[in-house]
Design a protein around this ligand. Structure first.
Ligand code: FAD
Length: 437
């Protein structure tokens, strides 16, 4: 199912427009009128922005969620929902699952294919237009006002547009200015708000994807099973994610190898026997992982999700990072909105950064180490996961949300030791290469 087909699907669940007056919150002015000051303005209505808006609206604050697209909108994404994503959804949110995955076929650039199965569901698959529109509807139900078709150009924390030091001016593409006590930037991987905050990235990857409608016989063959193929480029991999009558087929690799990444996708599709089916959508998108020490806030502005470069560096899984950081950002934005001075606002912003770094930051650190090992020795990883039962069980527990990669390394001496040994080998190899240079 492609973008056009999805376009009708979530229309009811999609965002409303205009400014329904919200309840009185931390600000003094009534939201909706001239000179209004919102408690929290959220930029971007992906999973991070919707979560932030939901959290702040649930706390009874006046929240405005701004989204440049009309909803539902397409987003290049596999739509894999692992346990931590499911656990971070608003209570009662029903996942619009297209398939439930119980088996994974692994291959090494098309070879050494092996399928592993699980009694338990490993993870679920959704279509992003429908999923994202559903989350926006939850934020709206919680009291957030949503404006779609509204692109934000920049935020200003000083200057003529800013009436006082407790206020941020959010400048829209048409020149209109919206005022807020706190802003959450959740505007994705090419974030303008992230640039304002000064987020720096240390890993940029290019993901290419095709949504391929297939006949029922082909769809049946994939039902309940995904394929993960460790790719020919360092750190690359490909996937087939079945969603009923459509397969989402994609690859991801370091940015800068565009032609080779495209070739990998074409070869991947061809050897799966899918080249004869016309994709409904073909698209590409960059993913970015943050430098661990780069900021998550500036003044009264926080960033979450892809805008903050919060993404698992190895798998490039980002929905759980977006949902979890979005919720934290919404909660801390409420406190920033209440802050009477810059010192208090800064304290709350630092608390947000601390919460993110202590949780998601640690997960990213372990993911980065895994990526380094995987880049150098993909065969080792493939052999472990397909031939060594504890490694497969660890994979299954992580995708189900029973644990995280970081927890595994913390809790299991064997996992910690394995990673240390691999780290040491990596360092030795790097040193050898350095000597030879
Ligand atoms: C090929 C590929 C496959 C992926 N597969 C998976 C997967 O299977 N599972 C997984 O967990 N993760 C996956 N990811 C990562 C995942 O898609 C992202 O991490 C996730 O979408 C981040 O959510 P977000 O809310 O931070 O940003 P987004 O989902 O990008 O949402 C940002 C929103 O902000 C809006 N916006 C942008 N600029 C402005 C502006 N100036 N003003 C107003 N609005 C604006 C955009 O229109 C958009 O709606 C994949 C990524 C890629 C590239």
């Amino acid at each position: 199912m492609g973008a056009d087909a999805d376009a009708g699907m979530g229309a009811d669940a999609g965002a409303g427009t205009g400014a329904a007056p919200a309840e009185q919150g931390a600000g003094d002015e009534v939201a909706g009128g001239a000179g209004e000051v919102w408690d929290v303005v959220v930029v971007g209505a992906g999973p991070a922005g919707s979560s932030a808006a939901y959290a702040a609206a649930t706390a009874g604050r006046r929240v405005l969620l701004l989204e440049k697209a009309e909803l539902p909108r397409y987003k290049t994404c596999g739509g894999g929902i692992i346990g931590p994503s499911r656990d971070a959804l608003p209570p009662g949110f029903v996942l619009p699952l297209k398939d439930r995955i119980h088996a994974v076929t692994f291959s090494m650039n098309g070879k050494l294919t092996r399928t592993r199965r699980s009694k338990h569901m490993l993870f679920g698959l959704i279509n992003r237009p429908e999923f994202d529109a559903g989350l926006v509807a939850e934020a709206e139900k919680a009291g957030a006002t949503v404006r779609t078709g509204t692109a934000v150009s920049r935020v200003e924390q000083h200057g003529a547009a800013v009436p006082d030091r407790r206020t941020v001016a959010v400048v829209l593409a048409d020149g209109e200015t919206v005022l807020a006590r706190a802003v959450v930037g959740a505007d994705g991987s090419a974030s303008r708000i992230g640039a304002h905050v000064g987020v720096e990235m240390d890993q940029v990857d290019l993901g290419l994807e095709a949504e391929i409608p297939v006949p029922a016989t082909v769809a049946e063959d994939w039902k309940g099973r995904v394929l993960i193929d460790w790719g020919p480029l360092p750190g690359s991999y490909g996937w087939v994610f079945p969603k009923g009558d459509t397969l989402t087929v994609g690859v991801i690799s370091a940015k800068g190898e565009g032609a080779a990444t495209k070739r990998y996708l074409d070869d991947f599709i061809a050897r799966l026997g899918l080249a004869g089916f016309e994709p409904a959508v073909s698209s590409g998108h960059l993913t970015r992982c943050r430098k661990p020490d780069s900021p998550l806030s500036r003044g009264r502005v926080l960033v979450a999700g892809d805008a903050a470069g919060l993404l698992e560096p190895w798998t490039r899984e980002g929905i759980s990072f977006a949902l979890r950081s979005g919720r934290l950002a919404g909660e801390w934005a409420v406190k920033i909105a209440e802050a009477q001075d810059a010192v208090d606002a800064r304290r709350q912003a630092l608390n947000y950064a601390f919460a993110v770094k202590a949780g998601l930051g640690v997960e990213m650190g372990v993911g980065k180490r895994m990526l380094t090992v995987f880049e150098a020795r993909p065969g080792l990883l493939h052999a472990a996961i397909t031939g060594f039962r504890p490694a497969w069980r660890a994979f299954a527990r992580i995708t189900r949300g029973a644990t995280t990669l970081a927890d595994m390394v913390r809790t299991y001496p064997l996992a910690r030791k394995a990673l240390h040994v691999l780290d040491a080998r990596q360092q030795a190899a790097a040193a050898r290469n350095g000597d030879g240079a």
